[in-house]
Design a protein around this ligand. Structure first.
Ligand SMILES: Nc1ncnc2c1ncn2[C@@H]1O[C@H](COP(=O)(O)OP(=O)(O)OP(=O)(O)O)[C@@H](O)[C@H]1O
Ligand SMILES: Nc1nc2c(ncn2[C@@H]2O[C@H](COP(=O)(O)O)[C@@H](O)[C@H]2O)c(=O)[nH]1
Length: 210
């Protein structure tokens, strides 16, 4: 299957997106949106709120070798796979991008994303920095957004209060956060997630601007 690089939609507005069904969107042109930022900054929280407002937006489900956290559902939050299964996916060219993050492998299954874009959907990838850089080379027209914390202290507090990661994993994530934050200017837009509503508004503006 050959798929051309997605281009921004000319006509889709928040109003049409919230009112249309997926079928209504099909004749339009698809779009890829990359959403990156340090672990714990609130990417998932922002995307849940965004998709509550615009249910037609698609969120890619990644594969990972990380163990499921309590409450996470296979096939919904992630496809939880072994390292061998992940390696096989890489070797068979099934991933759009992939990277190692804080000791685990993460990757975006290619086929569902390409199919949805071909069908005119807007697809969001919530991925870390190295994956975002890979997507920048393969999908140069993808919109690339980076979420920043109001401060490193607040970032650490959010990861700890979330209470989902072991202490050593939190340390690895905070170390990596410094590298990721340093690369924020590579992205089309930076969103500071201090007040959630303000950040959500900025996210909406960025997505629906074109
Ligand atoms: N604006 C905000 N103000 C205060 N707390 C927030 C805000 N946004 C998110 N949080 C909280 O911060 C924690 C981390 O958020 P979330 O899990 O969405 O981060 P994430 O960037 O998706 O992390 P990861 O990349 O590790 O999946 C959660 O407990 C969430 O409720
Ligand atoms: N490069 C990729 N990064 C991904 C993908 N799916 C998630 N992620 C990022 O990994 C970290 C950690 O996630 P967590 O769920 O263990 O907290 C976070 O930054 C995610 O955005 C992917 O497919 N590719």
């Amino acid at each position: 299957m050959t798929v051309s690089t997605p281009a921004p939609l000319e006509t889709l507005s928040p109003e049409t997106l919230s009112l249309t069904t997926e079928t209504d969107l099909a004749p339009r042109r698809g779009r890829l949106i990359v959403f990156t930022g340090p672990s714990g900054v609130g990417k998932g929280t922002l995307l849940r709120a965004l998709r509550h407002r615009y249910p037609a937006l698609k969120l890619s489900v990644s594969a990972t070798t990380r163990s499921p956290r309590p409450g996470e559902v296979n096939g919904q939050d992630y496809y939880f796979v072994s390292r061998d299964e992940f390696r096989a996916m890489v070797e068979q060219g099934e991933l759009l991008e992939w990277a190692e993050f804080a000791g685990n492998l993460y990757g975006t299954p290619k086929t569902p994303v390409l199919k949805e874009i071909e069908a005119g959907q807007w697809v969001i990838l919530e991925i870390e920095l190295e994956g975002a850089r890979q997507v920048r080379t393969t999908f140069p027209h993808a919109l690339q957004l980076f979420v920043l914390p109001p401060s490193l202290e607040e970032l650490e507090s959010r990861i700890r209060l979330r209470g989902k990661d072991a202490d050593d994993a939190i340390q690895r994530r905070l170390q990596r956060a410094l590298v990721e934050i340093d690369a924020a200017s590579e992205f089309d837009e930076q969103i500071v997630n201090d007040d959630l509503e303000v950040a959500l508004q900025q996210l909406e503006n960025a997505i629906f601007r074109d």
